[in-house]
Design a binder for this molecule. Structure first.
Ligand code: NAD
Length: 260
């Protein structure tokens, strides 16, 4: 049902972003994928997606810490497809450290990638979306948009910020046929989660198994990781006509985490 729509997805070479790309392409959407990847691997991924789903796929190496490169990412999508119909702000990184030891550069990098990049893409993509009178903006928030965990100050601040930004933009475009929502997953098994295990082991003095069972899945009443396919299926639903009255929300998909 997304034939002739174009989706631009930040941070879509891995994990949840790649699952969004696959799920939207399966519905017929053309794609602009983005992420930090060596050029040959990016080209392999780009052509695999194009062949598997029979849609046009572009790759953008735009660094989500650089506003001018982010503007270029949207411009590249518009040059090929006319407008970005579906904008998915998903790029994100994590760093785990006590706030009084938190590296300054890491704070700035996390706020830039996890929060400010969504502002830069949204402001660039909105004029053409408004002109078309149809659009979907989907931001990947997190359970950390609602609750905190120690040692994740920058990430929690950015994700709370994304929830507020989502609400604000939703109000601004409410009469324009554009919905703006965030999805708030609990723990999803992706490279982002795998990479934070060593630092969490160090910060809390735990083994890998203890971090998985006693830190990560402890918060998640289902005791199961959310899957990337489940998160992507919600994004696809948000693109349907049935979802056109859902706007300004941050929708949890967290195995009950934020119910507790
Ligand atoms: P991931 O590490 O698998 O993917 C992150 C993506 O972002 C990759 O494509 C990477 O190349 C890209 N990226 C990183 N820095 C970038 C930059 N400077 N410029 C452009 N792209 C960049 O991680 P993931 O777990 O799939 O996370 C995706 C999103 O989901 C993030 O916003 C994350 O905060 C959020 N999230 C993840 C979980 C989880 O448990 N995995 C839970 C809730 C929310």
């Amino acid at each position: 049902f997304l034939k002739d729509r174009a989706a631009a997805i930040t941070g879509s070479t891995s994990g949840i972003g790649l699952a969004y790309a696959r799920a939207l392409a399966k519905e017929g959407a053309h794609l602009v994928i983005n992420g930090i990847l060596p050029a040959d691997e990016a080209e392999t991924l780009r052509s695999e997606l194009a062949n598997e789903f029979g849609v046009k796929v572009l790759f953008s190496a735009a660094d989500m810490t650089k506003p001018e490169e982010i503007a270029g990412f949207i411009a590249q999508a518009e040059a090929e497809f006319g407008a970005v119909d579906i904008l998915v702000n998903n790029a994100g990184i994590q760093h785990v450290a006590p706030v009084d030891e938190f590296p300054l550069a890491k704070w700035d990098q996390i706020i830039a990638i996890n929060l400010s990049s969504a502002f830069h893409t949204t402001r660039a993509a909105l004029p053409k979306m408004k002109a078309k009178g149809w659009g979907r903006i989907i931001n990947t928030a997190s359970a950390h948009a609602f609750v905190a965990s120690p040692y994740k100050s920058a990430y929690v601040a950015a994700k709370h910020g994304i929830a507020g930004f989502t609400k604000t933009v939703a109000l601004e475009v409410a009469t324009k046929g554009i919905t703006v929502n965030a999805i708030a997953p609990g723990y999803v098994w992706t490279p982002l989660v795998e990479k934070q295990i060593p630092d969490t082991m160090k910060a809390r003095g735990l083994t890998k198994e203890q971090v998985i069972n006693d830190v990560l899945l402890t918060a998640q009443p289902t005791k199961e990781f959310v899957t990337v396919e489940q998160v992507a299926a919600l994004a696809v639903f948000l693109c349907t006509d049935a979802a056109k009255s859902i706007t300004g929300t941050t929708l949890p998909m967290d195995g009950g985490w934020t119910a507790a």
